[in-house]
Design a binder for this molecule. Structure first.
Ligand SMILES: NC(=O)C1=CN([C@@H]2O[C@H](COP(=O)(O)OP(=O)(O)OC[C@H]3O[C@@H](n4cnc5c(N)ncnc54)[C@H](OP(=O)(O)O)[C@@H]3O)[C@@H](O)[C@H]2O)C=CC1
Ligand SMILES: CCCCCC(=O)/C=C/[C@H]1[C@H](O)CC(=O)[C@@H]1CCCCCCC(=O)O
Length: 329
């Protein structure tokens, strides 16, 4: 019999999550029935959505939501071979049993040279968010200027590089000078540290005096309220995330967006990447190809050991990650 370690939400987060809000427990797994598989998590993902979705969907005592890359260690299902790797959505667990229906096998063509953890990042949900958000929601066209915030993270770093692949000028911001240096290294035309600029309005104007055609917003709040005034006529805003608001205990005021929306005839669309998953294969294929061609660079912030998941999650919310935050079990 296998015993799994799991992290549960001990206490709903109030403001910024604390390690004391989590509790590690053990779960005894039953013996496999026909049609079932036993899997072990190899890499787990910590993502910003876990903060707002925990409040909306979870109750205290539930296992934390989340995805993993897992290896099949035992199989009583002929469709799944022992040793194969899958992406699963089974929460913060070291081991679990599945009937196979909720698993996505890693493409058979997954190159040996690439870490399988990329299936949780650049070639997974965050990369697909950048791909569909930029090409379908922003409807980015060659020659345009794209603005992206949280640009050195899992989604933002892909957004910037896809904008360059698509023939655009890209401006990005992040919360440290070393992240800004990374953005320049991976091809951003302009990059700045939003925490140290004296005037965001002036910085955005200087980075693109003619304004922005596309704004890929990962942050919301005050940044978005200022950036909206820098959109060009018929500009498009993809509302992807609002991380600056996830830990608020008192809702922020504003923004009052009507004037720039009307004067510049802007389009603003919120989206959830899974709505595009009928085209998931297309997205994964394109992202994998660009990674293999060296056109799409990746960086992972790998935290060792399952025991450190809460710390990795809190660290990601604080901005300690460059690229995708991953836990290696
Ligand atoms: N709509 C959708 O389908 C999806 C939406 N998302 C959203 O995309 C956004 C980015 O996610 P992801 O790439 O996974 O995460 P990241 O890898 O970018 O990690 C989060 C980053 O957010 C930045 N951040 C934290 N607090 C603030 C703040 N107050 N103001 C500005 N930046 C902040 C930090 O970077 P820094 O050092 O720069 O501050 C941190 O590293 C999130 O808002 C997420 O919810 C993600 C996936 C799917
Ligand atoms: C105001 C909240 C904005 C959150 C934006 C965000 O980060 C959305 C992320 C989703 C992404 O589009 C695809 C996902 O898988 C994320 C949502 C995951 C929900 C988990 C559902 C619970 C479960 O797994 O049991």
């Amino acid at each position: 019999m296998v015993t799994a370690k799991v992290w549960v939400l001990k206490k709903h987060f109030e403001g910024f999550p604390q390690t004391s809000d989590f509790e590690m427990k053990q779960e005894a797994l039953a013996n496999l029935k026909d049609g079932e598989l036993l899997l072990e998590s190899v890499f787990l993902s910590v993502d910003p959505y876990m903060r707002p979705y925990s409040k909306r969907d979870m109750k205290e005592g539930d296992v934390m939501i989340g995805t993993q890359v897992a290896r099949i260690v035992e199989s009583k299902n002929p469709a799944f071979a022992v040793g194969a790797f899958v992406v699963a959505n089974r929460g913060w667990r070291t081991h679990f049993i599945s009937d196979g229906k909720d698993l996505n096998l890693l493409p058979a063509s997954w190159p040996e040279s690439l870490p399988k953890s990329l299936a949780l990042g650049t070639v997974g949900m965050p990369g697909l968010t950048a791909y569909f958000g930029l090409f379908e929601v922003c409807k980015m066209k060659p020659g345009e200027t794209v603005l992206v915030n949280a640009a050195a993270g899992a989604v933002g770093s892909v957004v910037g590089q896809l904008a360059k692949i698509g023939g655009c000028k890209v401006v990005g911001c992040a919360g440290s000078d070393s992240k800004v240096a990374y953005l320049k290294k991976i091809g951003f035309d302009e990059a700045f540290n939003y925490k140290t600029v004296t005037c965001l309005d002036e910085t955005l104007r200087k980075a693109s005096p003619d304004g922005y055609d596309c704004f890929f917003d990962n942050v919301g709040g005050e940044f978005a309220s200022i950036a909206i005034n820098h959109m060009k006529k018929y500009g498009r805003i993809a509302v992807c995330g609002a991380i600056s608001q996830y830990n608020d205990t008192v809702p922020q005021k504003g923004p009052y967006i009507q004037f720039p929306m009307i004067f510049n005839e802007l389009s603003m669309k919120g989206f959830i990447v899974t709505s595009w998953y009928n085209r998931r294969e297309e997205g994964v294929k394109a992202l994998l190809k660009w990674v293999l061609e060296g056109k799409l660079k990746y960086h992972e912030q790998v935290t060792e050991r399952f025991e450190n998941m809460p710390a990795a999650f809190i660290g990601m919310l604080k901005g300690e990650n460059l690229g995708k935050a991953i836990i290696k079990v």
